[in-house]
Design a protein around this ligand. Structure first.
Ligand SMILES: [Zn+2]
Length: 359
């Protein structure tokens, strides 16, 4: 499967490996060469043929592209699917990290197709306008009577509220992931993997929406990434309205408090925050048109540290403007992760101390 994409005036081709369902962004010129490969034709002949059709291509160009594609296991050289998967993971620099463990659970594609038929009216301007009005209304309620929401959230954080908080978290995370999946299907992608992952030791659900790469319009790709947070906001606004108009006590209040906490707070503090690899990060990547932002920013920081240490930093890979953006992003995200880990350590320490005292 193949799509074209223009990033900063260069045309790229996005290709999907049918076996591993992985995506590769290759310059369109390289793809033009790669399409002509077969095991029989010599590189000189391929170069000649391609040159006659437009831009000149040398046998060295052909060899270069062949080597790159072979390293990514994109040529049909009789490798098993498992070997291809390993080769591609190695080439993309993926490692198993304790901060980022993933477990696929099921293939939701057919369930999503059936659900989409039911919720299609939600993907219209009137529905979005209604949601915007509801959210605005909820914001006004919060601003006018802040005590009510604070009371509900506090009730969700104490005693039996904690059990409800866990249950509600599971439900809202599932709704969030389905919103991504449905929007991806809405814009023509396929969704073949949903599961759970451990992100900085927090369990979360995830949906593999990498088909979003094949969605040609940047706006649609950003909408797929934002869909989860839009669903969160809708739940948050509904919970707010019910809390203010029905004012339930007891369990009702605990559930609503948990809903507001896991949709409103979680979305703003974590999910839309571009400094961690959640939805906000992928929106930023699309807006800046800077794929692999995280890895590239780490490389820029490594060069900076090498220079401080008096070691030769090696040749610069990024241009000056990108280098500045990447360095700012790199320091901010590093600082954020350090603060997050420190806060977690302090909270865990306190909890342990309390646990030992009481025991
Ligand atoms: Zn999300």
């Amino acid at each position: 499967m193949v799509r074209e994409q223009v990033l900063r005036n260069t045309t790229f081709t996005i290709i999907k490996d049918p076996v591993t369902r992985r995506y590769f962004r290759v310059p369109a010129a390289a793809w033009r060469i790669a399409r002509r490969f077969d095991s029989k034709t010599p590189v000189e002949t391929v170069a000649l043929e391609l040159s006659s059709g437009g831009d000149p291509v040398t046998p060295d160009d052909v060899l270069d592209v062949a080597t790159r594609f072979e390293r990514l296991a994109l040529l049909d050289t009789g490798l098993s699917p498992a070997q291809v998967r390993r080769a591609q993971a190695a080439a993309s620099g993926e490692r198993r990290s304790v901060f980022y463990l993933k477990r696929p659970l099921f293939d939701p594609d057919r369930v999503l197709a059936r659900m989409l038929a039911l919720v299609r009216p939600l993907f219209t301007w009137p529905a979005m306008l209604a949601l915007a009005v509801l959210v605005l209304f909820a914001v006004i309620l919060h601003a006018t009577y802040p005590g009510e929401a604070a009371g509900a959230v506090a009730s969700a954080l104490h005693g039996s509220g904690i059990a409800w908080l866990y249950a509600v978290t599971a439900v809202t995370l599932t709704v969030h992931e389905f919103a991504h999946g449905l929007t991806c299907k809405r814009f023509g992608g396929e969704v073949h993997e949903m599961g759970v992952m451990l992100l900085y030791f927090m369990p979360c659900a995830y949906t593999d929406i990498s088909d979003a790469y094949l969605v040609p319009r940047k706006r649609d790709r950003i909408l797929i990434t934002l869909a989860g947070s839009v669903a969160d906001l809708a739940l948050w606004a509904l919970a707010t309205a019910v809390l203010y108009f029905a004012s339930p006590g007891g369990t009702g209040e605990q559930v609503l408090g948990a809903l507001m906490l896991t949709t409103g707070f979680r979305t703003v503090a974590f999910n839309l925050n571009p400094l961690i690899r959640l939805d906000g990060y992928f929106v930023l990547v699309d807006l800046l048109e800077m794929p692999n932002l995280r890895v590239r920013s780490r490389a820029v920081l490594a060069r900076r540290v090498a220079r401080w240490a008096g070691r030769p930093p090696g040749p610069a890979i990024e241009n000056a403007r990108d280098g500045r953006v990447l360095e700012i992003y790199g320091w901010l995200s590093l600082a954020y992760v350090v603060v997050l880990l420190l806060v977690t350590a302090v909270l865990t320490g306190r909890w342990l101390a309390g646990f030992l005292e009481s025991g």
